[in-house]
Ligand binder design. Structure first.
Ligand SMILES: Nc1nc2c(ncn2[C@@H]2O[C@H](COP(=O)(O)OP(=O)(O)OP(=O)(O)O)[C@@H](O)[C@H]2O)c(=O)[nH]1
Ligand SMILES: [Mg+2]
Length: 461
C-alpha cells in the first residue's frame, strides 16, 4: 500500500505534496564552503547523474539527493543548519561533505562536530552520512572517492524514491498549518476587541457630549434670563422717567404684564433650547414643565405720605409765601396805587408757585420711588427666573441621564449578544483547527511509521 492511500484513509481530501521530483543531485552549502568545486568534481566523476547547484533548481522542484557541503574551516553555524532544513525539506537522502580537507588538518573533528550538530537538530539527520573531500585542492588531485562512493550507494538504494516521497509528505503535513483558520480566529479576536473598545469609547464620548451640552445650555439660558430682566428693567425705568401722574395708576399692571411676558418668553425659550439639545443628544426630551417662573409683583408704592412729603409741602408753602410777599412789596413800593391789587395778585402768584413746586417735587419723588420699586421688582424677577432655569436644566439633565443609562443598557445587551456570537465563532473555529491538527498529527505519525518500517540499513564507511 502506498503512503498516499494510507493517508487518504486517515483524512480524506488531504492534498498530496505539490512538488515536482527531479532526478538530480543538488549540491548546496554555506557561502564559500566549496559547493561549486564539488559540483565540478561530481560532474566529472559521475557523468551519468545530473548535478545542480541551488540556483539551478526551480521553485517547487525537489532533487533526488542532497549533497550538503560544509567547509573544514569551522563547524556549522545555526544558519548553515537552517540551510540544510531548507534544501532537504522534501528530500530524505542527504549526504554531508566536509571540504578543503587538504588544508585543514583538523577536518575530522570538524566533521564529527557537524554530524553531532545536525543530529541534535532533528532525528532524521541522525542517519546522514558524512564524508571528507577536497574537490579543488591547492595542490595535487581532488580527493573525492569517499564522496563518490557514498553518493553512488545512496542513489542506488531502491528505497530512495519511497523515502523521498514520505519526506515530502511529512513536510507537506507539517507545513500544512491551517493558516486560513488561524488567521480567521485572529480576525475574530480582533473584531471582538474592536467591538468592546468601540462600545466603551462611544459610551464615554456620549457622556462627555451630554455633560458639555448641559453645561452650555445652563450658561446660555441663565445669560438669556439675566439679559431679558435687564432689558425689561431699562424699559420700565425709561417709562417711569417720562411718566405723568395720571399714568401712575396703571403702572403696577404694566409691570406685572411685562414680568409675566418675560417669564413666559423665557419658559418657551428654555423648552425650545432643551428640546434642541435633547434632539442633538438623541435622547428623549422631557416635556416642558407646566409651571413657569413664579412672578411676584406687588402694588406700586404710590401715595406715600412720608415725612419728606410733608417737609416738601412746608418748603413749597414757604416758597409761595416768599413769592407773594416779594410781589406785594414790589407793588406797594413802585405803584402804591396798585398796592391792594398787587398784594392780591402776589398772593395768587405765590399760591400758584407753591402748588407748582409741591406738585413737581411730589411727581419727581414719586418717580424716584417707582424707579426703586422697578429695580426691586426686576431684581426679584431675575432671581426667580434664574432659579427656575437652573431647576429646569437640572431636571432635564437628570432625565437625560436616565435615558442615556437606559440606552447604554440596551446597547450593552446588543453588544453582549454580538460578543457572544463572535465567541461562539471563535470556539467553533478553534475546535475545527484542533480537529484538523489532530488529523494532521495522525497523518504525520503514519508517515513516520512508514519510515520506520522501510528503514534502509545504515551504510557505514
Ligand atoms: N584548499 C582548498 N580550497 C578549496 C577547496 N574547494 C574550494 N576551495 C576554495 O574555496 C573557495 C570557494 O570555493 P567554491 O567552490 O567557489 O565555493 P562555493 O561554495 O561555490 O562558493 P560560493 O558559490 O561563492 O558561495 C575558492 O577559493 C576555492 O579555491 C578544496 O578542496 N581545497
Ligand atoms: Mg559557488
Amino acid at each position: 500500500m502506498t503512503i498516499d492511500s494510507v493517508l487518504a484513509r486517515i483524512e480524506a481530501g488531504l492534498e498530496p505534496p505539490s512538488i515536482t521530483r527531479r532526478e538530480v543531485v543538488l549540491v548546496a552549502g554555506p557561502w564559500l564552503a566549496g559547493a561549486t568545486g564539488v559540483v565540478a568534481a561530481l560532474r566529472h566523476r559521475l557523468p551519468e547523474f545530473t548535478v545542480l547547484e541551488v540556483g539551478e533548481l526551480a521553485a517547487g522542484e525537489a532533487p533526488t539527493a542532497v549533497v550538503f557541503v560544509a567547509s573544514a574551516t569551522a563547524p556549522l553555524t545555526e544558519s548553515d543548519c537552517a540551510l540544510v532544513d531548507v534544501v532537504s525539506a522534501d528530500t530524505d537522502a542527504v549526504l554531508g561533505v566536509v571540504t578543503k580537507i587538504d588544508v585543514h588538518r583538523t577536518w575530522r573533528e570538524v566533521l564529527d562536530a557537524d554530524r553531532a550538530l545536525l543530529a541534535s537538530r532533528a532525528a532524521r539527520y541522525g542517519q546522514v552520512v558524512w564524508v571528507g573531500a577536497a574537490a579543488a585542492p591547492d595542490l595535487g588531485a581532488p580527493v573525492i572517492d569517499d564522496l563518490v562512493t557514498s553518493l553512488s550507494a545512496m542513489l542506488a538504494d531502491d528505497t530512495l524514491g519511497r523515502r523521498n516521497r514520505l519526506r515530502a509528505w511529512e513536510n507537506r503535513l507539517m507545513a500544512a498549518d491551517d493558516a486560513d483558520g488561524v488567521a480567521g480566529v485572529a480576525a475574530l479576536r480582533d473584531q471582538r476587541a474592536a467591538l468592546l473598545r468601540r462600545f466603551r469609547l462611544d459610551k464615554s464620548e456620549r457622556n462627555i457630549a451630554m455633560r458639555s451640552q448641559v453645561q452650555q445650555a445652563r450658561v446660555q439660558l441663565s445669560y438669556l434670563a439675566r439679559a431679558r430682566c435687564a432689558s425689561v428693567r431699562a424699559e420700565l425705568q425709561h417709562s417711569v422717567a417720562t411718566m405723568t401722574r395720571r399714568e401712575f395708576g396703571d403702572f403696577t399692571q404694566e409691570v406685572h404684564r411685562r414680568a409675566v411676558e418675560v417669564s413666559g418668553g423665557l419658559q418657551q425659550e428654555t423648552a425650545r433650547h432643551l428640546a434642541e439639545v435633547g434632539q442633538q443628544l438623541g435622547l428623549a426630551v422631557e416635556p416642558a414643565l407646566d409651571s413657569g417662573p413664579v412672578v411676584q409683583v406687588g402694588a406700586a408704592p404710590l401715595r406715600s405720605r412720608s415725612a419728606e412729603t410733608r417737609l416738601m409741602m412746608l418748603l413749597g408753602a414757604g416758597f409761595g409765601l416768599g413769592v407773594a410777599l416779594t410781589l406785594s412789596r414790589l407793588f406797594a413800593d413802585l405803584a402804591p396805587r396798585w398796592a391792594v391789587g398787587g398784594a392780591l395778585g402776589g398772593a395768587a402768584v405765590g399760591l400758584a408757585a407753591a402748588l407748582w413746586v409741591v406738585g413737581i417735587r411730589g411727581l419727581l419723588h414719586e418717580r424716584a420711588v417707582l424707579d426703586r420699586w422697578v429695580v426691586e421688582v426686576t431684581g426679584g424677577l431675575r432671581i426667580a427666573v434664574e432659579e427656575w432655569v437652573a431647576t429646569r436644566v437640572l431636571a432635564a439633565e437628570a432625565s437625560w441621564g436616565r435615558a442615556a443609562a437606559e440606552r447604554d443598557a440596551v446597547d450593552g445587551v446588543d453588544m453582549e449578544e454580538t460578543v457572544a456570537r463572535i465567541d461562539a465563532g471563535i470556539r467553533a473555529q478553534t475546535v475545527r483547527l484542533a480537529r484538523a491538527a489532530a488529523a494532521r498529527e495522525r497523518a504525520v505519525a503514519a508517515v513516520r511509521d512508514e519510515f520506520d518500517r522501510g528503514k534502509p540499513p545504515i551504510v557505514a564507511f
